[in-house]
Design a binder for this molecule. Structure first.
Ligand code: PBG
Length: 325
């Protein structure tokens, strides 16, 4: 072949060509914004997540209104209850924090889609994602007794008006348990966004500060996935698919682009990726030190996550990608 037959640079000569040739895009229609809601008080900035806050319900609604006016399509809600107990009963309380926030948001902004995170770790005193039992050398999180509590939580979110529920606990069989419970209560149309391949990682560190949900003893490696496992991630996703998940999520995002690409080849339902708190904190810290161009790096990471196969991305940077009003 005579050498310069193919010259990829021909199509990079001007912004118009580059835009026409671009294979992947990221915009507000691909993004979901995770927000933290607390009972009362004034909003509090999260130290390890600059620019992110814990919001009381009334201020949450006002912030959501500003973002919705700029084109925000959907929120993911995390709750910080007033008090915690061993079971995590605040998770399914009729007047729990997520339930109250969901009702207020749906009343004020009916078109803004509300996704609720379904887990117990923010509501249990011990900080684990399920029912705990002492075990030799530590504690054990019981799988099957946890399912009923998660199902109850999901139903209470749906009753409060949640448009979608997102189980993040990593118990086996929870998608089936949620589907059954939702259907039995008349919520056949409420989709389940499953945190299907959720890895145990230090990248959740800032979130645990935000949600005060770090486990008091032990860690989450008995239920969240091992970072070394790529095949197992597909197995986990297949199980959630078979149990009726509507959307499969990979988490964290940037450290798991291979998993996303694998999943894109195997599954024909929508895929989500969660750019988690630690990914946010890294970029913020480097930008604050003057070492990275934050706006460009944010776009590039989101684009890479989309390129790997995610239809939607859950990201704390979402407001930065909304057009200014
Ligand atoms: C609750 C939950 C966590 C995250 C989302 N849902 C924390 C955890 O599993 O420890 C992490 C989100 C983030 O780091 O931004 N189980």
């Amino acid at each position: 072949m005579p050498f310069p037959l193919h010259r990829p640079r021909r199509l990079r000569q001007n912004p118009a060509w580059r835009a026409l040739m671009r294979e992947t895009r990221v915009g507000r229609e691909h993004l979901v914004y995770p927000m933290f809601v607390q009972a009362g008080g004034a909003r509090q900035e999260i130290a390890s997540m600059p620019g992110q806050f814990r919001w009381p319900v009334n201020e949450l609604v006002e912030e959501a209104r500003r973002l919705h006016d700029r084109g925000l399509a959907a929120l993911l809600l995390f709750g910080l209850p007033e008090s915690k107990d061993d079971q995590g009963s605040g998770a399914w309380a009729e007047n729990g924090i997520v339930q109250a926030a969901t009702r207020a948001l749906k009343r004020a902004l009916p078109d803004l889609q509300i996704i609720t995170d379904v887990c117990l770790c923010e509501y249990t005193r011990h900080g684990h994602c399920g029912v705990l039992r002492p075990a030799p050398g530590g504690v054990e999180v019981l799988n099957d007794p946890t399912l009923e509590l998660l199902a109850r939580t999901a139903v209470s979110h749906a009753q409060a008006g949640a448009d979608m529920v997102a189980p993040s606990d990593m118990m086996d069989g929870r998608v089936a348990a949620l589907r059954r419970a939702l259907d039995a209560r008349g919520f056949q149309q409420t989709p389940i966004l499953a945190y299907a391949a959720k890895f145990a990682t230090a990248f959740y560190g800032p979130f645990r500060e935000a949600a005060e949900s770090a486990p008091q003893t032990g860690d989450r490696s008995g239920y969240q996935m091992d970072m070394g496992n790529r095949r197992e991630a597909l197995h986990e996703m297949q199980l959630d698919f078979d149990e009726g998940a509507d959307i499969l999520m990979v988490k964290p995002a940037l450290p798991c682009l291979d998993i996303l690409a694998d999943a894109r080849r195997r599954f024909d339902i929508p895929l989500a990726a969660y750019q988690v708190s630690g990914e946010y904190a890294m970029i913020k810290a480097a930008a604050r030190a003057g070492w990275l161009d934050e706006a460009r790096v944010v776009r590039e990471t989101l684009l890479a996550i989309r390129r790997a196969g995610a239809d939607m991305v859950l990201s704390y940077f979402t407001p930065d990608l909304l057009p200014d009003k």
